[in-house]
Structures are given as structure tokens and as C-alpha cells.
Design a binder for this molecule. Structure first.
Ligand code: NAP
Length: 270
């Protein structure tokens, strides 16, 4: 089975490296890559033992599964020119374009084309993406499993109802930036108090990692855990109440809503 990628930027690089190097479950010789300049595709192909193609048409000709890895606004420019090639080869189509719905995508392919919408995140670079996917009615169970296998090489994969996909895009996608921001702000506060940045960031990241494991594996929800950390009249409660007085939770909800609105906006734009 052959896998084609149109686009060879940040996300496709992480996926192809995961497929060929991570668990090693996919062979580079079965992967076909192209990009606008072809330079990035060539570099990635060399790194992963994959094949480079001069055009997207060539990628489609070779592939049983085609992964659309260009920016969302580029899709509308390239898909009309690729319609005949898709109709002739009829591969399974996988899109990682943020905000582009199954309904939007189906307009560019023959009726009954199997289409899978996938949302990985940048932690894919170290095999730690939280990836969401949904598929249309023409994707078989086997095909869905195949796509899950591809994205399992870069982290965890969850099937998400398409009606909840924008929500997932905030929680599983954009929120990585929120987490980076939280860690950087905390580490900078430690710098202000006199600790070197590198050490502060290391300690902050380890604490976030430990706290995430506690929520995932410890069997307790965050609020009971917060109560356990806050001794009466102690130090931590001072920080928790200061965060609340500063609008920490309300600001997070606002950030969530802003990303959600933008994601839905991209989906509606043709
Ligand atoms: N980055 C993330 O964190 C992230 C997370 C989730 C989803 N995504 C989705 O992943 C997709 C790619 O994002 P990215 O961050 O990887 O973007 P990127 O690094 O800018 O890569 C875009 C790729 O598209 C190629 N390209 C542009 N026009 C093309 C054309 N006409 N034909 C063929 N290839 C073309 C570019 O070629 P050149 O290399 O030659 O310029 C480049 O390799 C987007 O749809 C995005 O929504 C990204």
C-alpha cells in the first residue's frame, strides 16, 4: 500500500518521520512526497527513504491513501486542478487542514470518495500529538484503522464526532500554545525571583507533566487535587486565589471561545 503527501512542511515532516522512524511500521519506499518548491519534499524524502514527486498529480497516481498537508487556504487553489486525477485513481483522502469540514472537502472529490479529517498537534514532532479524527460514511472500518495506525506513530488518536471537531481543535490543537505560554510565564516569574530561566523552565515543564499524569492516571479530578495542595492559611491558596482574582479561568474560557470562533470561520470560508 502506498501513501502520498501533498505538502512537506512542519506537520507532514512530523508525520512522515513518525511513520518511518518512530515505530518503524511504514516503509519509506511506500511513501510519495511533493511540495510547492519540491525542495522540502526532497529533503524529507532523503531523510526518511521516501520517494519525491515533481507534482501533486504524480503523488496521486502512485498512492492508495493521499494526505493533504497544505495550509487550509491552499486547498481551494489546488484541489480543482486535481479532481480528474482523484477520480481516476480514487484513493482514500485524508485532510489535516484546520477548520476544513468533511462537507467542504467532499465537494472536490467524486461521490462516494472516502474522506478522513484529522487534526494532529505540533507535539507530533516528538511522538506526543493528541490527534482527533472523523470520517465520512464511505470510509470502511479497515480504512479508518489504517489512518489511526498512521497517526498512532506520532502520539495518541481519538475518534471525534464531527459536530465536536472544532471543540477538539481547541482542546487538542490550539491549547498546546496555551500550555507553552503558561510554562513560559511561570518560568519567567521564577527568573524575576532569581532562578536561571533554563532551570526554571525544566522544573515547570516537569511539574506540568507530573500534574497531567496525576489527572490521567490518579483517578481524581483537578478540583479535589487543588484542595489537597491548598493547606488552610498556607502558601498555595494565596496563588490560587490570586489567579482567580486575575481572571485566570475566565480568560481561558475567552481564549477557548476565540479559537473556536476562528476555527468555525475557516470551515465556512470557501
Ligand atoms: N503546524 C501545526 O501545528 C498543525 C497542526 C494541525 C494541523 N495542521 C495543518 O497541517 C497543514 C500544514 O501545516 P504546516 O504547519 O505543516 O504548514 P507548512 O509548514 O507551511 O507546510 C505547508 C506545505 O505545503 C506546501 N505547499 C504549498 N503550496 C503547495 C502547492 N500548490 N502544491 C503542493 N504543496 C504546496 C509547502 O511547500 P514548500 O515547502 O515548497 O513551501 C509546504 O511544504 C495545514 O493545513 C494545517 O492546518 C498544522
Amino acid at each position: 500500500m502506498n501513501f502520498g503527501f501533498i505538502g512537506a512542511g512542519n506537520m507532514v515532516s512530523a508525520i512522515v518521520k513518525g511513520m518511518t522512524r518512530g515505530t518503524g511500521s511504514f516503509a519509506g519506499e511506500n511513501i510519495f512526497l511533493t511540495s510547492k518548491s519540491v525542495v522540502s519534499a526532497k529533503k524529507l524524502a532523503e531523510e526518511c527513504g521516501a520517494n519525491v514527486c515533481q507534482t501533486s498529480l504524480e503523488v496521486i497516481e502512485h498512492s492508495d491513501v493521499v494526505i493533504l498537508g497544505v495550509k487550509p487556504n491552499v486547498l481551494a487553489a489546488i484541489l480543482p486542478q486535481l479532481q480528474q486525477a482523484f477520480a481516476k485513481k480514487n484513493p482514500l483522502v485524508v485532510s489535516i487542514a484546520a477548520g476544513k469540514t468533511l462537507d467542504y472537502l467532499r465537494g472536490y472529490f467524486p461521490e462516494k470518495t472516502g474522506i478522513v479529517r484529522v487534526m494532529p498537534n505540533i507535539n507530533a514532532k516528538i511522538g506526543a500529538s493528541t490527534t482527533g479524527l472523523c470520517a465520512n460514511e464511505y470510509v470502511s472500518g479497515e480504512e479508518k484503522q489504517l489512518v489511526k495506525d498512521i497517526f498512532s506513530t506520532i502520539g495518541t488518536v481519538a475518534e471525534i464526532e464531527e459536530s465536536q471537531f472544532s471543540i477538539f481543535s481547541v482542546i487538542g490543537g490550539a491549547s498546546v500554545a496555551f500550555a507553552y505560554l503558561y510554562m513560559d510565564a511561570l518560568a519567567r516569574a521564577a527568573v524575576k525571583a532569581g532562578m536561571p530561566k533554563k532551570q526554571a523552565l525544566q522544573l515547570t515543564a516537569e511539574t506540568v507533566l507530573g500534574s497531567a499524569k496525576m489527572v490521567l492516571e490518579g483517578g481524581e479530578a483537578p478540583w479535589p487535587l487543588i484542595d489537597q495542595v491548598c493547606s488552610p492559611g498556607g502558601t498555595t491558596i494565596e496563588g490560587v486565589t490570586a489567579l482567580q482574582a486575575g481572571g485566570f479561568e475566565a480568560t481561558l474560557v475567552k481564549a477557548f471561545d476565540a479559537v473556536l470562533a476562528k476555527d468555525k470561520g475557516i470551515g465556512e470560508k470557501k
